[in-house]
Ligand binder design. Sequence first.
Ligand code: HEC
Length: 119
Amino acid sequence: MLVAAGCATVSLAAGPAGDPVKGKTIFARCMACHKIDASNTSGLGPNLNRVVGRRAGAVAGFRYSPAMMASGRVWNEAALDAYLAAPARNIPGNRMVFPGLANPVDRQNVIAYIRSAAK
Ligand code: HEC
C-alpha cells in the first residue's frame, strides 16, 4: 500500500507512520485556506491534491511568493514535516500565515491524511 511504502523509506524522529483518520481532523485547520480535491482550484492557499512528491510552487494559476518559487523544494515527507513545524522559519518570506504544528505526531497524521486524500 502506498502509505506504508512511502513512510518506510523516510526515517523521521516522529517514529511510526501517521494516522490519516486523525490527520483529517487536523486538516480542518488547513481547510480555511487549502482545498484538497481534483478541482484544481485554490483558495487563499494552493490546492494540496497530490502535493506529496511534487515540487513546491507547482499549482497552475496560484500566485506563490517568490520565496516559495525559489525554494527549490520537493514535497517529500521530510520536507513537509519541516515546513509544517514552522512555516515562516523553514521558508523565510513565504506567505503561508500559519503558526505551524508543534506536535510531530500531528504533523505525521496530517501528512498521512494528505497522502490518503490524493485524487
Ligand atoms: C491562512 C491560510 C493558510 C493556512 C491555515 C494553511 N496554509 Fe498552507 N499555504 C498557504 C499559502 C498562502 C501558501 C502559499 C505560500 C507561498 O506561496 O509563499 C501555502 C502553501 C502550502 C504548501 C506548499 C504547496 C505548494 O504547492 O508548494 C503546503 C504543503 C501547505 N501550505 C500545507 C498546509 C497544511 C498541511 C496546513 C494545515 C496544517 C496549511 N497549509 C495551513 C496558506 C495557508
